[in-house]
Design a protein around this ligand. Structure first.
Ligand code: AHG
Ligand code: MN
Ligand code: MN
Ligand code: MN
Length: 332
């Protein structure tokens, strides 16, 4: 039947989206079109990422963003590419981007969707040719279509997401996304310009023996995190951390593991941003049977208060995240 065909490896992203449209009896295809728009922008950013060293788009752009980070040229280019794709498609009324201080109101009040995006994740890795990514969340607007966009449309908790995904510009380029009916992975075949289903119905191993954390900040971690990481070492876990959230997340999703970015002195609420990093990956991991918390709360239940707010993030195999939460609770 149609749904089995949808999971046959080798089906293109376009065909998969079409086959799975039956999951949304009431949708009139805008979400499908929005996903296609994102995939197109990903193909363009992929090409620019692969040529960064050749076309002088490596290195710093020369400005800092609202995060206080020095923007890389590819941060800015990726931001422009995704904003253009999202505004041209007509389905989106507003965008929240890591690289934009304020909400971008597309003045398209007939757009049903709001997108939160980290156009380029792992920017510090661009010039050293280590995998980088893009992360996105899609929400349905709360206010009536046709009316102006308000804060209510933007400040939605992660449990309101209708879709979320990431692109991993790695040894191969992949698009992994969910619309709430499981998590599926597609691999890009650049000679054909198509994403093909390569990882149907991804399942996060319940357990694992791998942890990802920036050990350089060990002396700043909360006590519970220190004891959790110590317990990982006592159990001879593998330590794998490449400083690109999407790549670290993807590896742990496939092999089983936990990624932690706790509160530090420099970032007392953690470094990662709720709206366009934590929420999207939390939706994806939950749909694959994993877990995402800030150490005590489910990431997707956090009510956002500000656009670029940060959150501590523990994400990956459910048993590992629950172990870590327990040690954090016991340390309090
Ligand atoms: P971004 O490049 O979008 O600002 O995100 C960077 C994040 C994340 O990708 C990565 O895991 C983390 O920053 C690395 O932070 P540290 O260098 O502090 O470990
Ligand atoms: Mn950044
Ligand atoms: Mn990021
Ligand atoms: Mn970024």
């Amino acid at each position: 039947d149609q749904s089995n065909l949808a999971y046959s490896v080798g089906v293109t992203l376009d065909r998969f989206i079409k086959l799975k449209q039956s999951d949304f009896p009431f949708a009139s295809g805008e979400l499908s079109q929005l996903l296609r728009d994102i995939a197109l922008a990903a193909k363009i950013v992929n090409r620019e990422t692969n040529r960064a060293g050749l076309s002088n788009i490596g290195g710093a752009f020369g400005q800092t963003n609202v995060q206080g980070e020095e923007q890389q040229k590819l941060d800015v280019i990726a931001n422009i590419r995704f904003m253009r794709a999202l505004s041209k498609g007509g389905e989106v009324c507003a965008i929240v981007s890591e690289e934009e201080d304020e909400v971008i109101d597309l003045q398209n009040n007939s757009g049903k969707y709001v997108v939160a995006i980290d156009p380029l994740d792992g920017s510090s890795n661009i010039d050293v040719n280590i995998s980088i990514g893009t992360i996105f969340s899609i929400y349905r607007r709360k206010t009536p279509v046709g009316s102006p966009v308000t804060t209510a449309d933007i400040m939605q908790p992660g449990n309101q997401q209708v879709a979320a995904g990431y692109v991993l510009y790695g040894s191969s380029t992949m698009l992994v996304y969910t619309t709430g009916f499981g998590t599926n992975g597609f691999t890009y075949e650049s000679s054909l310009g198509e994403f093909f289903l390569s990882h149907p119905n991804m399942q996060a191993p319940e357990n694992g023996a791998m942890y990802s954390i920036n050990e350089g900040l060990e002396y700043e971690w909360p006590a519970g995190v220190q004891s959790y990481v110590k317990s990982c070492k006592e159990r001879k876990f593998q330590s794998r951390y490449i400083g690109s959230l999407v790549a670290d997340f993807h590896r742990n999703l496939l092999k089983g593991g936990i990624y932690l970015y706790p509160a530090t002195l420099k970032n007392p609420s953690g470094k990662l941003r709720l709206l366009y990093e934590a929420n999207a990956l939390a939706f994806i991991i939950e749909q694959a049977g994993g877990k995402a918390s800030d150490g005590s709360r489910r990431i997707m239940d956090i009510q956002p208060e500000s656009l670029h707010q940060r959150t501590p993030l523990l994400i990956g195999s459910v048993e590992l995240v629950e172990d870590a939460e327990e040690m954090i609770r016991n340390a309090e």
